[in-house]
Design a protein around this ligand. Structure first.
Ligand SMILES: Cc1ncc(C[n+]2csc(CCOP(=O)(O)OP(=O)(O)O)c2C)c(N)n1
Length: 556
């Protein structure tokens, strides 16, 4: 390891802090503990990375995940050993599902006593095995000499598609050990996966005669916006997964948005002679559990070679980074395609039909959806927990204009929305992104991790929580109606008086007692800075016009 000429010594904890600074990290999230204090003490002394004290490691990890999603940078979460690291496991699974580049730093007991089954206080046997199972990889730093190499490799892996969270376990004695300050703390360079030019040519020759081609964009295409625009100029239509929303502005006439499940969309696909899927897993929830009929010719570009023939067979597959591969493909296709000019008109028509179909299911809640869109325009971070409202409209509306504007619990776990909104608001503040954070949550999910509202207050996180309070696990009750002969059990919830609860935390609280108040209450709520809760009293508003009872499936 090369070092400065001077003999400055730093701890491994400080090395981690300095390395993260070089990665461009401006905020990190966690809970302080004996087993991570050398790292957090270094954050504190250096004052380069803001540390947000979450109330629990699950929330901290959700916050770091959201921070990474909206900035495109590295999310960092710091936990204690054992229970602390275990508390982060569910949120790590979410980050893994969403492909979020994250580092999770955690502790371990003193190296001398480790892995000996001594009953040593705080020992977490098989912690590494647990962390490698819930994330992309897990490493242990065993001595100061290998610490930088491990940090670098962990960050490289986190950013290598398929991206994901990487844990690093550092025994407490190693965190405190000294080493000479390395001269170079830069992360390893990242190279986008370069597609083979012969493969791009082969794909171009298959596509150039297409008359009605569609792009299907997933989260892996988030950085591909400039190349996507070239396809749109050639006349292509675009549809996205929920994770791919906003790669092309959803207000663009060529964009069907994430209305990929509605019947008119499926009918449209049948009139298209090619679909190019880019950076998408075509997940079950996006494809009626892989039964959605896509155009006959299905082509795929993905940085992950394993995406070939996954979920759907691909007529041709190119392994490559979304942005560079689409640019290379556009170089070959521009001027060589004659796309049917009626395609975009058809996309617009289908979009309008799909929006109407969704609105028709909402009953009174269509007013809330509209008031929100009117209030925020496009400058929004749209963070959503698992709740009826998100499944019915939040996954598709309001229109997003930015590929990172949508943050949602992709893996289906409730209780993560509030913490994700806090991570989003902190990211917005630290990176001066100047958007308003809005979180859509249900009362069940909100209560699961409600302690983080105190964190939001303390950190002055600028966000509006739309709390859809039906005093129950609404979607589960609907499933019991559908599949269990309306035998309702374990779904009714005793909640706090949210008005009193918020006031005890100094959080402004608005109760939306009826739909007519939506616009005026949202307007007032948006005028605050810091956390605000808008509670929608769903029992006063009445039911949706349709019953959502779990992921939509195809019956054939
Ligand atoms: C971590 C986790 N635990 C349990 C579930 C099962 N589950 C799915 S939706 C849901 C109810 C959510 O209730 P709420 O947040 O009030 O939203 P609502 O369905 O009423 O709109 C539950 C318990 C889950 N998805 N994730």
């Amino acid at each position: 390891m090369s070092t400065h000429n001077n003999t400055e010594q730093i701890t491994v904890g400080e090395l981690a802090a300095r390395f993260l600074e070089q990665c461009g990290v401006k905020a990190s999230f966690g809970v302080i503990s004996i087993h991570n204090m050398p790292i957090l003490d270094a954050f504190h002394r250096r004052q380069h990375i803001r540390f947000v004290s979450a109330r629990g490691e699950a929330g901290a990890c959700n916050m770091a995940d959201a921070y990474a999603r909206v900035t495109g940078g590295l999310g960092v979460c710091v936990t204690s050993t054992g229970t602390g690291a275990g508390n982060a496991a569910g949120a790590l699974i979410e980050a893994m599902t969403a492909g979020t580049p994250m580092l999770h730093l955690t502790g371990q007991i003193e190296s001398d006593y480790l892995d000996r089954d001594l009953g040593y206080i705080h020992e977490a046997p098989a912690q590494l095995a647990m962390l490698s199972a819930v994330g992309k990889a897990a490493f242990r730093i065993r001595n100061p000499e290998t610490a930088l190499a491990t940090l670098r490799e962990a960050a490289r892996l986190a950013f290598t598609p398929p991206c994901g969270p990487v844990s690093i376990e550092i025994p407490i004695d190693i965190q405190a050990k000294l080493l000479p300050l390395p001269a170079d703390l830069q992360p390893l360079p990242l190279q986008p996966v370069q597609a083979a030019s012969a493969e791009v040519q082969a794909l171009a020759s298959r596509l150039q005669h297409a008359k009605r081609p569609l792009l299907w964009l997933g989260g892996g295409a988030r950085a591909a916006g400039p190349a996507v625009e070239r396809f749109v100029k050639m006349g292509w239509g675009v549809v996205t997964s929920v994770q791919g929303r906003g790669v092309l502005s959803e207000a663009h006439p060529a964009n069907l948005g994430s209305y990929n499940l509605q019947k008119p969309s499926e009918d449209l696909y049948q009139t298209c002679d090619a679909m190019l899927v880019v950076g998408s897993r075509l997940r079950s929830n996006e494809t009626l559990r892989y039964k959605l009929k896509l155009p006959k010719q299905l082509y795929r570009i993905d940085a992950n070679a394993l995406a070939h023939n996954r979920g759907y067979n691909s007529d041709y597959f190119v392994q490559g980074d979304a942005l560079t591969t689409l640019h290379a493909l556009a170089d070959l296709l521009e001027g060589n395609m004659q796309v049917d000019t009626t395609l975009i008109r058809d996309v617009q028509e289908v979009h309008a039909q799909a929006v109407d179909m969704v609105d028709a299911t909402l009953g009174p809640y269509a007013k809330l959806k509209k008031a929100l869109a009117d209030q925020v325009g496009a400058a929004l971070w749209w963070v959503r927990d698992i709740t009826l409202s998100n499944s019915m409209w939040g996954n598709r509306a309001p229109m997003l204009d930015h590929p990172r504007a949508g943050v949602h619990a992709l893996g289906g776990g409730i209780g993560q929305g509030l913490a994700m909104a806090i991570g989003t608001a902190i990211a917005d503040h630290e990176h001066q992104l100047k958007r308003k954070t809005v979180a859509l949550v249900g009362d069940g999910g909100f209560m699961l991790n409600v302690g983080e509202l105190a964190c939001a207050v303390q950190e002055k996180a600028n966000l509006v929580v739309l709390l859809m309070n039906d005093s129950r696990y609404g979607v589960i009750k609907n499933i019991q109606d559908d599949l269990y002969g309306s035998r309702h059990c374990y779904v009714e919830l005793h909640n706090p008086d949210f008005s009193k609860f918020c006031s005890s935390l100094n959080v402004p609280h608005y109760k939306l007692a009826n739909p007519a108040q939506s616009a005026s209450v949202l307007k007032q709520a948006f005028e605050h800075t810091g956390p605000v809760v808008v509670e929608v009293d769903m029992n006063a508003w009445g039911p949706f016009a349709a019953k959502f009872a779990g992921p939509i499936l195809k019956k054939d």
